[in-house]
Write a protein that binds this ligand. Sequence first.
Ligand SMILES: Cc1ncc(COP(=O)(O)O)c(C=O)c1O
Length: 413
Amino acid sequence: MPLDVEKVRRDFPILNTVTNGKPLVYLDSAATSQKPRQVINAVSKHYRKNNANIHRGIYKLAEEATAQYIKSKEIVAKFIGTEGYRSIIYFRSTTEAINAVARAWGDVNVGKGDHILITEMEHHSNIVPWQMLAKRKGAILDYAKLSEGKFIDHQDFISKLALKPKMVAFTHVSNVLGTINMAKEMTKLAHEAGAAVLIDAAQSVPHMPVDVRDIDADFFAFSGHKMLGPSGIGVLYGQEEVLEGMEPFHGGGDMIRSVDFQESTWNELPWKFEAGTQNIEGAIGLAAAVKYLKKLGMENVREHEKALTRYALEKLGQAGVTTYGPGIEDIERRAGVISFSMKGAHAHDIAQVLDSEGVAIRSGHHCAMPLVTKVLGEPAVPRMSFYIYNTQAEIDTAVAALGKVREVLKIGA
Ligand SMILES: Cc1ncc(COP(=O)(O)O)c(C=O)c1O
């Protein structure tokens, strides 16, 4: 096995939890990941020994906190294949990062009648900000269709690019289907059509090697809490020259160079985008999370999840449930997120019975209502998702619990 999972598991105190009288089987890491003691300790140490506001103090403690905050950005930059802290902006989450681009980039670059292209497999956080921008500006929001409910339809994507969108925004990995999109190829095509590109990397950066320079999109957005880090810290990576050309998103302290009664001038990158006191402990925790993942090796993380996904697809197939997204034959384009359905059982009932067996999965539209309700044609689907601490034995427990769902709901196999 690419990872020593038992060793990894010892780092996650929450995995010792007993829930409903059963050992916790946590299969909801696509919603949020659990945190290792290295991250918990880093945040706690910051509060115990290093807490001070950044940028402002002339004393040693504040200077050290500022240095650690900047160091966190450097660590994150390296992790995604780039260098220096200028292109790393901290927001609250992927959601806030995308909203920032839709406002700070979109308001300047998108006008009446312009097209914005997204896809049918987006999370609400990569739909709604573009809908709002389109409404503000009188622009047109287009969707690249899916083929067989799995992959972005290449021909449809090309035909929508012919409309010369100003922005192409798509998810790297679907949080419902597990599909891994061809980010580099799609970015190249979008750039050739004259568009800027934003990649929602919320489900890719935590789970596989991602090289932002190689993919070459203008923006990447991802969340600390899905990659072992604290909540309330998200990353916007932007190419420096694109960020330079943008207006700030929030106004307030620290993002300015000077303020007069009527006018202000802006600070340099990345501070121009970070108004007010930042989530300093979040940045410290995120750096610890990245260090942890780096030590495991992102290739190993991906291989571990691929093995689990293959195993789970096999077992779920044998259990007679329908799984969505790419199958085992396309495992190279499949991440560790599996939505499924069982004939005769509502998604919430499935999740509830699994919970009674200690198995935590998500059920609903997964903040991707157009995909789940319109493309898959389901009101809701249960979803299991994997991370570095999950085991085949846990998948066995989950699949066995599906047998209990049949028993409780009196459904035949
Ligand atoms: C693909 C995708 N994009 C965006 C988000 C939003 O992330 P956050 O809630 O951290 O902003 C999620 C969260 O589930 C996601 O899965």
